[in-house]
Design a protein around this ligand. Sequence first.
Ligand SMILES: C[S@@+](CC[C@H](N)C(=O)[O-])C[C@H]1O[C@@H](n2cnc3c(N)ncnc32)[C@H](O)[C@@H]1O
Length: 239
Amino acid sequence: MNILKQALNGITGGKVLDVASGEGEFIKTLVGNLRRYAELIGIDTFQYTKAAGSIFYAEDVRFIQMDAKRLGFSDESFDTVSISNSLHHLENIPQCIEEIKRVLKPGGHLIIKEIHRDIQADPQLNEMYLHHWVAEIDSAFGDYTHNKTFTRQEIVDFVKGLDLSNVLFYDISNTNLDPMDEAVIRENEKIIDRYIQYAYTARLPDYKKLRQRGEELRQRHHEVGTQWEPELIIVGEKQ
Ligand SMILES: C[S@@+](CC[C@H](N)C(=O)[O-])C[C@H]1O[C@@H](n2cnc3c(N)ncnc32)[C@H](O)[C@@H]1O
């Protein structure tokens, strides 16, 4: 059984909130892996795009445009709350975590999934460098939070204050992925091209240096390949 299945199969979701759901990738994972769920709501500050339409038009999955800093839900109104690969996108993590705690019922499950930078393989460094380069360009625009990848311990520390019970940690190393997978390398090259173009169009003062780093990243992708960064899943119950 894969680790995600192992983490989610035992959870009866009930009424589920997925925070910062983006285009709903993790919602697909929840739909496919939770033991059961009654209703699923995804929230994000961005309006969802057409790509997510197939998920959010499903009868039991809804999307609401909302800020995680001020969740418009009553106290203790969800049986499960999840947040996947979005902690490093939040402007005020403690405030969002407090909100998540407020809307979660006692005994309800919190599921956190987040990439981290306790890297185990050289190709993963490439993915991390790319992520940091993208985050730097996103941040230069000023209106979008995109932090560097956290360490595993930093993620654990964010959750400590929640005083959860029955906490389980699942580590996904991702070192089994083929680092020279041409499709993945091609996708990353498209990201590099897109971000060089953003930096150019926005006339970022460091454009030349950013472009040079982008080209070095492209080169490294061809030399050592790339592998998704390791991920930590934390599942715990609110006391
Ligand atoms: C990496 S993406 C989402 C990934 C998604 N959870 C998944 O698993 O596919 C990060 C998301 O965080 C959202 N975000 C950032 N700050 C937010 C906030 N304060 N409230 C809600 N969403 C936020 C962004 O709009 C973006 O869609």
